[in-house]
Design a binder for this molecule. Structure first.
Ligand code: SAM
Length: 425
């Protein structure tokens, strides 16, 4: 675990990819679940661990000892079933000689004051400590919700996943039986006719490889529901950043007659959609490897554009808990620049055509500010979505240009979406 965290903390790549690799190669089967739970919780609670340790330390020790203290604090505070003496002894044994005494003393103090520390965290007025989150997220959330602590508590909770039947080939009740037969626990999500599952590994192995079903977060699903609502026989849906394809698949599932052009710049990701298309014979879906900045198409059809663009993914903090402790300021600016460029290219090439813009982010930089930027060059005609969003049971905050999806019974990621058509000013 120490080796993994050292590697993850010193690398720029996503810890989830690294975890997947390590799990496949190095961790034995019956330890996989616990190992992954500890790593996820480490990133989720990192700010708490740092703040507590800073109370006990005068000077930050070398990285190995620091990580040992972080792991120790995590286990002592949040893992009730492991005896404290085992945690302390094992960690001290692995500590560099010069820090053994210090690590031993601090971990013992934390062990003795475990209950007190947990009470202090729960009652703290420091929301960064209470919800283990960077202050900048709190600043962003305050712009879109009055119930700040409710949203913070949600973002500090475990993620869940939704599985949907691909309706032209599998019904809701058939998928329910399949889940039952395969011993997969689920909760029915009535609003979107899906099944909420806790872990993905068994679903991937037992269901997705054999049956026409797909995993999609309910916020993403709403994007497809909205597009499906605007279906007509003559319409062509142009999904300009389609890969790996969950929105295309969901749209096709909801409107089997829909004509869709699914395009993406990333060929490898697009091939995942191609696999699904081949395996389950998706008709009237053409795949296109193209840059949304310069699509090789003419504005000669009744297009409806879906621009589900790359972003910081901060709406998915539950799934990507490492983001909680490092606010992606620079990345948000970089993504926002590209989002505005792509939307400008689309609005220029397809004037008056509906454009459904969505990102799994709640940062103003890549949501309202992007549309504000677009609005300064184009007349934007916004299409009201309140009733549609509410009909599917989402909680949302409607701002000047678009909608932020907040926590709801759909257990969705936070999302931003808006539907408009543009004409040059
Ligand atoms: C948020 S993901 C899309 C997810 C997809 N809509 C789905 O539901 O499965 C964003 C996608 O934008 C693609 N992308 C990034 N820059 C692009 C560009 N200039 N043109 C087209 N696609 C681009 C990425 O390859 C990525 O697949």
């Amino acid at each position: 675990m120490l080796k993994f965290l050292l590697q993850a903390e010193n690398s720029r790549s996503n810890f989830r990819w690294q975890l997947q690799r390590v799990m496949e190669r190095e961790i034995i089967n019956n330890e996989k679940q616990l190992f992954s739970r500890i790593i996820f919780l480490y990133f989720r609670k990192k700010i708490i661990l740092q703040k507590i340790l800073n109370q006990f330390l005068k000077k930050k020790p070398v990285q190995t000892s620091w990580l040992i203290l972080m792991i120790g604090t995590l286990l002592l505070l949040f893992f009730q079933k492991i005896p404290h003496y085992t945690i302390v002894n094992e960690l001290v044994e692995n500590t560099p000689a010069k820090d053994k005494k210090m690590v031993n003393a601090i971990l013992r103090k934390i062990s003795e004051s475990q209950q007190l520390l947990l009470q202090q965290i729960a009652a703290s007025s420091d929301l960064c400590l209470k919800y283990a989150i960077d202050q900048s997220y709190i600043r962003e959330l305050k712009k879109i919700t009055v119930d700040l602590e409710k949203e913070l508590a949600y973002l500090d909770s475990e993620p869940n996943f939704q599985i949907f039947p691909y309706l032209p080939r599998l019904s809701f009740s058939d998928l329910q039986s399949i889940l039952n037969q395969n011993g997969i626990e689920f909760r029915i999500q009535k609003n979107l006719e899906s099944f909420e599952v806790g872990s993905l590994a068994a679903v991937r192995r037992k269901i997705l490889t054999k049956f026409p079903a797909y995993i999609q977060n309910s916020s993403s699903h709403l994007v497809s529901r909205i597009a499906a609502h605007f279906f007509s026989d003559q319409r062509i849906f142009l999904d300009v950043a389609a890969a790996p394809g969950s929105k295309t698949i969901a749209l096709k599932s909801l409107q089997p007659k829909a004509r869709i052009v699914a395009s993406d710049l990333n060929f490898k990701r697009l091939s995942l959609l191609e696999d699904f298309q081949k395996r389950w014979s998706l008709k009237r879906v053409s795949l296109m490897h193209a840059d949304a900045l310069s699509l090789p198409l003419k504005d000669d059809a009744d297009y409806f554009l879906i621009a589900d663009l790359s972003c910081t993914s901060t709406g998915t903090l539950r799934k990507n808990p490492d983001l909680k402790s490092c606010f992606p300021e620079k990345e948000a600016k970089k993504q926002a620049e590209l989002q505005l460029k792509i939307l400008t290219a689309l609005a220029t090439k397809f004037p008056k055509k509906p454009i459904l813009y969505s990102v799994c982010s709640f940062l103003e930089e890549e949501t309202e500010k992007v549309i504000k930027g677009l609005n300064s060059a184009f007349n934007l005609n916004f299409i009201e979505l309140d009733r549609l969003i509410a009909r599917f049971g989402f909680n949302y905050s409607h701002k000047e240009y678009g909608y932020y999806l907040l926590s709801s019974e759909n257990k969705n990621d936070f999302f931003y979406l808006t539907l408009f058509s543009a004409t040059p000013r």
